[in-house]
Ligand binder design. Structure first.
Ligand code: ATP
Ligand code: MG
Ligand code: FE
Length: 353
């Protein structure tokens, strides 16, 4: 099965070609990502209208590039998958509408993919991980624990009640004038700082439910920065290090709770634990999760950074999984700004024979 995947839900225009061989092995034949980073930089965040226009401008080009890299033409494809939500609606419309047009023009099936499902199934693309597994999804827009039971079968165990984790990194970077992209810069500064200099709050840690809250932490960081202003480089590094250390403690606590729940629900099985989303690119977080996996004797997958942040390969792969289970979407499929992983319509369509 060979599928073209298109991703336009935020600020990268991405197209990829992924093939699943008969023996189940997945191969990424092309994975092109064009970041709009420079177009949004001056505004300190992603401007939806600029994003949508830029997706329009580069869509044809990036698809042509992906096919050229894969040395394939449309005739070699089994289908076209595109992100249909959640995300900035203008961008999602560009990708989904382009995919519909290409599918129609070349007589190919369309797969409308939930962007979060793309992130959630990535460990199967990279490592062929079996179901069920516990997913920690931490990105710019989401922070949640999801039990992945099968394609289209997602149980949300907890999520953030305010900011997403990546968003918290981005906002801290903005407060400290570090520039964009926030997450990687905070991580870089944190390496030069003292993680014990500041003691920041860790909301919800006493709660047994698996939710996150990062807005109180963010406010505490802002107050600390305001109190010290003007900040020396050492102050900035110490704030970043203390902020990241607090995040690590929060994640450690929450992951232990989630792993214990997984063990309780699947007592006969070694836990499987994966992390996805852009924040998974953080090395300190990755190390924490690896240590936890060892402690819990869990099978752990951290996909390579390129497949953690937004990309077309994960959308193509989700398309392959759904295609192989008989899913097809029609040209009437609507783009959605909001689309939780555990919504009812994620389930596969019943196909009686
Ligand atoms: P979503 O997938 O929820 O729609 P998104 O597409 O913006 O959101 P991703 O592209 O998956 O999210 O991830 C981007 C986020 O990851 C940003 O918030 C960014 O700051 C964060 N991030 C990237 N690298 C790091 C890092 N090294 N440390 C911490 N955060 C990081
Ligand atoms: Mg992004
Ligand atoms: Fe994403």
């Amino acid at each position: 099965t060979t599928i073209l995947g298109i991703e336009t839900s935020c600020d990268e225009t991405a197209a990829a070609v992924v093939r699943r061989h008969g023996n189940g092995r997945a191969e990424i034949l092309a994975n092109m990502v064009r970041s709009q980073f420079d177009e949004h930089k001056a505004f300190g965040g992603v401007v939806p209208e600029i994003a949508a226009r830029s997706h329009v401008q580069y869509m044809d080009h990036i698809v042509a590039q992906a096919l050229a890299e894969a040395q394939l033409s449309f005739a070699d494809l089994d289908g076209i998958a595109a992100t249909a939500g959640p995300g900035l609606i203008g961008g999602v419309l560009v990708g989904l509408t382009s995919a519909k047009a290409m599918a129609y023009a070349h007589g190919l099936p369309l797969l409308a993919i939930n962007h979060l499902e793309g992130h959630a199934l990535t460990p199967r693309l990279t490592d062929g991980l079996a179901f069920p597994y516990l997913l920690l999804l931490v990105s710019g827009g989401h922070s949640q624990f999801v039990l992945v039971k099968g394609v289209g079968q997602y149980e949300r165990w907890g999520s953030t009640i305010d900011d997403a984790l990546g968003e918290a990194f981005d906002k801290v970077a903005k407060m400290l004038d570090l520039g964009m992209p926030g997450g990687p810069l905070v991580e870089e500064w944190a390496q030069k700082g003292d993680p014990d200099r500041f003691s920041f709050p860790k909301p919800l840690l006493k709660e047994k439910r698996l939710d996150f809250s990062f807005s109180g932490l963010k406010t505490a960081v802002r107050l600390a920065a305001e109190k010290l202003a003007p900040l020396s480089d050492q102050d900035v590094a110490d704030i970043c290090a203390s902020f990241q250390a607090t995040i690590l403690k929060i994640l450690d606590n929450r992951c232990r709770l989630a792993l214990a729940r997984f063990e309780a629900e699947f007592p006969d099985q070694r836990p499987r634990f994966v992390v996805a989303g852009g924040v998974a690119a953080n090395k300190a977080i990755g190390q924490l999760l690896k240590d936890l996996a060892i402690e819990y004797e869990a099978q752990m997958v951290v996909p390579p950074i390129k497949l953690c942040t937004d990309n077309g390969a994960m959308i193509a792969w989700a398309g392959i999984e759904r295609f192989n289970l008989g899913e097809r979407d029609g040209p009437d499929f609507q783009a959605r700004p909001r689309w939780p992983l555990d919504s009812e319509d994620m389930a596969l369509t019943e196909k009686g024979d």
